[in-house]
Design a protein around this ligand. Sequence first.
Ligand SMILES: Nc1nc(=O)c2c([nH]1)NC[C@@H]1CN(c3ccc(C(=O)N[C@@H](CCC(=O)O)C(=O)O)cc3)CN21
Ligand SMILES: CC(C)C(=O)C(=O)O
Ligand SMILES: [Mg+2]
Length: 269
Amino acid sequence: MVTVRSLRSKAGDEPITMLTAYDASTARIVDDAGIDVILVGDSMGNTELGYDSTLPVTVEEMQSRTAAVARATDDALVVADMPFLSFGVDEASSIEHCGRMLKEADADAVKLESGPHTVELTERLSQLGIPVMAHLGLTPQRVKQLGYSRQGTDRDAAREILDLAKAHVEAGAFSLVLEHVPANVAKQVTEALDIPTIGIGAGPDCDGQVLVIDDVVGMSDHVPPFATTFGDVKSEMENAVEGYKDAVEAGEFPAEEHSHVEDDLDELY
Ligand SMILES: Nc1nc(=O)c2c([nH]1)NC[C@@H]1CN(c3ccc(C(=O)N[C@@H](CCC(=O)O)C(=O)O)cc3)CN21
Ligand SMILES: CC(C)C(=O)C(=O)O
Ligand SMILES: [Mg+2]
């Protein structure tokens, strides 16, 4: 069983592995493979729900998918990604939305796309017993301001990431995702913090790595430049779907072994 405490002790020892999953069947595969952390990412908006950003994803959608993933997961830490405007608007509704992920969906922790506005909230949630994973660098919920470009690329911006990272550790965050930042910046952030950093497009020197499952297995139409594909599930599914269609059209499916005949029912009238 991976816990927020065991994750912390693994950091620096062995790389931490994290992947997204949005449903029970995928979560079972990821968990059985021994991945440490399953993130029910709001990237689900792009991958599963067909939106062109994560902005439309709702708390209800995240809660339902988090519950499905948690039901299928035995060992991995399950982290619910809090969707756009479900936190940071006011403290009471932020706590209520985050709390639902633990109380009702059985998540182990929440992830918040972080900034100066999430320091106090991270402290409050941590005090209440809701473990918080922070997320700095490229924060896709700010796509309308940032696009999907690399962050922390000048000294001021890189220092701001480091300073915010320290502020979130101080506030009680148990780990930090660093997205699409220079490897040498991620390295210094990792060295400066006593919580695990988990990188995506942040070089090899974070304590762990995370990618979106669709990109990893070869199901995405567009893979970000920092990701790599390790399989070709899309072709496998295309083959299976075509095979089914051809078999039905050729009259080969269902065959005798897929059907049954009941005695005395040959003539109903
Ligand atoms: N399938 C998937 N994988 C992801 O990693 C992912 C999502 N979806 N959805 C949410 C965010 C969006 N992410 C992205 C998406 C695109 C780029 C990308 O293509 N960046 C280019 C162009 C940047 C620009 O638009 O200016 C780059 O060169 O940085 C990076 C991160 C990462 N996240
Ligand atoms: C890529 C990770 C960090 C994420 O936030 C997501 O999948 O939504
Ligand atoms: Mg996300």
